[in-house]
Design a protein around this ligand. Structure first.
Ligand code: SAM
Length: 235
């Protein structure tokens, strides 16, 4: 997968891209990330990318010119799904991450200031939000999207089961995890996990996942039911 990130702070991504899973995915050529400084498409000698909002009000707005030119140039290099990060976008979740992981190329657009001139939206395929709060810029949101998507790109996770067993993958939260020691400060690991009975372990994990989801995220179960009851293909 190829991911182009357009930002005024390319340096923001240096450490995360060199660290852990994203670092390895890059080294192995599974997820190549190219960083682009939006100011490279500015046309004045100050490399400005913002201006005062029409109608007045606080703050500055990113001007359309550099964004249109950046997208012209990047899209001319080949097909890509263009994603704008913004608080009013569709909420990013596991399903969206799965869908994006199947794309060969993404272009992630990071806003700053009060946001980007509305007309730039005519050039994007979708707008994504990582939650109902306002960040200082789209870089953190792009990183969240990138990391969640990269884990789902085939080959990135050493053990494919890690991805299918995890929270949200099957519409449930994950079961509780334990490691050594078997007893720590009087807290014991459930006996079934040490029993060596794989069937019993699988049943216990399934029950725990269901119970935890029921208690903490009943909405996930409701959604799973709705999905199952959804429109059926004509027979
Ligand atoms: N004035 C905007 C508003 O009220 O919706 C907020 C702009 S915010 C300070 C600057 C940039 O951060 C946005 O253009 C967007 O790219 C990014 N951003 C902020 N919060 C975000 C969120 N929850 N999800 C995705 N991107 C976000």
């Amino acid at each position: 997968m190829l991911v182009d990130i357009v930002t005024i702070f390319p340096g923001f991504f240096a450490s995360p891209l060199a660290t852990g899973l994203l670092g390895k995915a890059g080294e192995r050529g599974l997820v190549e990330v190219r960083l682009h400084d939006l100011r490279d498409w500015a046309t004045d000698r100050h490399r400005s990318v913002d201006d005062a909002p029409f109608g007045g009000g606080a703050g500055m707005v990113m001007v359309p010119g550099p964004w249109f030119d950046a997208l012209d140039e990047l899209e001319a290099q080949g097909p890509a799904r263009v994603v704008l990060l913004a608080p009013d976008g569709r909420r990013f979740d596991h399903k969206v991450a799965q869908r994006l992981a199947a794309e060969p190329r993404l272009i992630l657009c990071c806003g700053r200031y009060e946001g980007i001139d509305e007309r730039v939206r005519t050039r994007v395929d979708e707008v994504l939000s990582i939650g109902d709060f306002v960040l200082a810029g789209g870089e953190t949101a792009a990183l969240v999207v990138l990391e969640a998507v990269a884990r789902l790109v085939p080959g990135v996770m050493g053990n494919a089961d890690s991805v299918t067993d995890e929270s949200f993958a099957a519409g449930l939260l994950e079961y509780p995890q334990y490691t050594r020691p078997a007893v720590y400060r009087g807290l014991e690991v459930p006996a079934v996990l040490r029993s060596g009975d794989h069937g019993a372990v699988a049943r216990w994990r399934r029950d725990q996942a269901l119970d935890r989801t029921r208690r903490l995220r009943p909405d996930l179960l409701e959604q799973a039911e709705e999905d199952a009851d959804g429109p059926q293909a004509p027979g």
